[in-house]
Design a protein around this ligand. Structure first.
Ligand SMILES: *[C@@H]1O[C@H](CO)[C@@H](O)[C@H](O)[C@H]1NC(C)=O
Ligand SMILES: *[C@@H]1O[C@H](CO)[C@@H](O)[C@H](O)[C@H]1NC(C)=O
Ligand SMILES: *[C@@H]1O[C@H](CO)[C@@H](O)[C@H](O)[C@H]1NC(C)=O
Ligand SMILES: *[C@@H]1O[C@H](CO)[C@@H](O)[C@H](O)[C@H]1NC(C)=O
Ligand SMILES: *[C@@H]1O[C@H](CO)[C@@H](O)[C@H](O)[C@H]1NC(C)=O
Length: 418
């Protein structure tokens, strides 16, 4: 498969992100804001599988809620101005309580609700001390719990050992009890973005207890250093909008499965040269930091975001100290706008990164007296005849008039164009 078709797949996948909004994809809010028009491989939450217990269908449903006759294991009580959680019949597996005014989670409401797999309590007014002790731990089939956009001050605990996805974004969480994730052997995704967590709290959290964790989101907290003790299984790490100022040497050696790393909006000034030399890394976002220099680019990396840093020269020799003709680097996209570049990236880059499709130069931050500007905001690579044909096919499939127009002007390669 050609580069272009792969690229299209990435764009198509990204499109699906937006379409699936109703299927419980919490990432949407972040996706739309950060990387809307850029390729991204960040992980999506799979939906929970449901078993129809035909024998137990009773039609019972709380009077405040709606249980669809065609899907009687689900109970919809969202957007109802509810102040308390209604009684939950024992056959319900999926419970939607988001966008209410619920302040407390009581044992009584959940006493019969042992079949629950998926509970959505997001956008309520729940405070930590109003959650009855052990109420979630009793839900021994619970797989997914949404508690984002509440007023929690602490990561809830104990939690059921069956839990796989826990969404706690947009609370006021400043405490992470050391035992909170103990025994959560099946956790794959933990979202804690936009809370008040700091370094000491994470240090005591024992995150490596979650031996199957694939994704952890810690964006928008008060971290000043890299989180300690992350599990080796981790594939997606989100640390944007913190105050992290350095990455220890060999930090990522303990995370060999990392596919995507997002660290935009931190205080990084420099990073160890080999920091990101990881075998599976595809997406690296270091935009809005204070980096002065590039670093080693691993072979697998496809998308590199370096916008709004203090880079004066993109030193390709540093990024790519040697070329292996049998094993080319995969980089396709670089974003370097809002740096201090005065010249385009050396053409040696196109030997090192033969798959490069697009370099986004945009505007550069230059001293007031200096008027030099890169003559082109976006560089796009010349296409081989095969790629061109492929792209034509894709465009015809898409029937995209805008792209057809843009193609002739933009997509040709001339290293001396600048
Ligand atoms: C939970 O509710 C939120 C609304 O706050 C919604 O975005 C999300 O898709 C819901 N997720 C599930 C799995 O129901
Ligand atoms: C729990 O189930 C029992 C027996 O079916 C029933 O009497 C009771 O009202 C139920 N409680 C709640 C809170 O739904
Ligand atoms: C973890 O997941 C596996 C596979 O789905 C399941 O068999 C096991 O019971 C789960 N463990 C817990 C503690 O729920
Ligand atoms: C980071 O903060 C900026 C500015 O407040 C905001 O626009 C952006 O959405 C935030 N990103 C994340 C991932 O929270
Ligand atoms: C790029 O980095 C190499 C190795 O540190 C150095 O020798 C070279 O002078 C640098 N080139 C530029 C243009 O800064």
């Amino acid at each position: 498969m050609g580069i272009l078709s792969q690229l299209w797949i990435i764009f198509l996948l990204h499109g699906i992100t937006v379409l699936c909004q109703d299927e419980g994809d919490f990432e949407d809010e972040y996706e739309n804001e950060i990387d809307n028009e850029y390729p991204s491989v960040f992980h999506q939450i799979p939906s929970v599988e449901y078993v129809f217990p035909y024998s137990t269908i009773t039609g019972e449903c709380s009077k405040e809620c709606f249980c669809p006759p065609t899907f009687p294991v689900a109970m919809y009580c969202d957007h109802c101005k509810l102040q308390t959680i209604p009684n939950i019949p024992s056959h319900i597996q999926q419970l939607y309580l988001q966008h209410n005014e619920i302040e407390a989670v009581t044992v009584e409401s959940f006493v019969n609700a042992t079949a629950l797999k998926d509970v959505n309590l997001s956008h309520n007014k729940i405070k930590s001390h109003r959650i009855d002790s052990g109420v979630f731990a009793k839900l021994s089939n619970l797989v997914q719990l949404h508690l984002d956009h509440n007023q929690l001050e602490e990561v809830p605990s104990p939690l059921p050992r069956s839990l796989e996805r826990l969404i706690l974004g947009f609370n006021q969480i400043s405490r992470f009890p050391g035992h909170a994730v103990e025994g959560l052997v099946n956790m794959t995704m933990l979202d804690l973005c936009n809370n008040y967590l700091d370094d000491p709290q994470l240090k005591g959290a024992h995150l490596s207890n979650m031996g199957k964790l694939m994704q952890i989101n810690l964006c928008g907290n008060r971290l000043q250093s890299m989180p300690p003790e992350l599990p080796i299984s981790l594939m997606y790490l989100s640390l944007e909008n913190n105050s992290i100022s350095f990455i220890p040497d060999n930090y990522f050696q303990k995370l060999p499965n990392l596919i995507a790393l997002r660290m935009s909006n931190n205080n990084l000034e420099d990073v160890p040269y080999n920091a990101f030399n990881l075998p599976h890394l595809i997406e690296l976002n270091l935009g809005h930091n204070k980096l002065k220099q590039a670093f080693y680019i691993p072979r697998t990396l496809q998308h590199l975001y370096l916008e709004d840093n203090d880079i004066e020269v993109m030193n390709v020799t540093l990024m790519c100290p040697s070329i292996d003709a049998l094993n080319f680097r995969h980089l396709t996209y670089i974003r370097v706008d809002q740096n201090k570049l005065t010249a385009p990236i050396s053409t040696y880059a196109f030997f090192c990164f033969p798959h490069i499709r697009s370099i986004y130069y945009g505007e550069q931050k230059l001293p007031a007296n200096q008027q030099t500007r890169l003559r082109t905001p976006v560089f796009r690579r010349y296409l081989t005849p095969e790629e061109y044909d492929e792209m034509e096919d894709d465009y015809h499939e898409q029937d995209n008039a805008h792209n057809l127009r843009g193609r002739e002007e933009d997509d040709y390669f001339d290293p001396y164009f600048y």
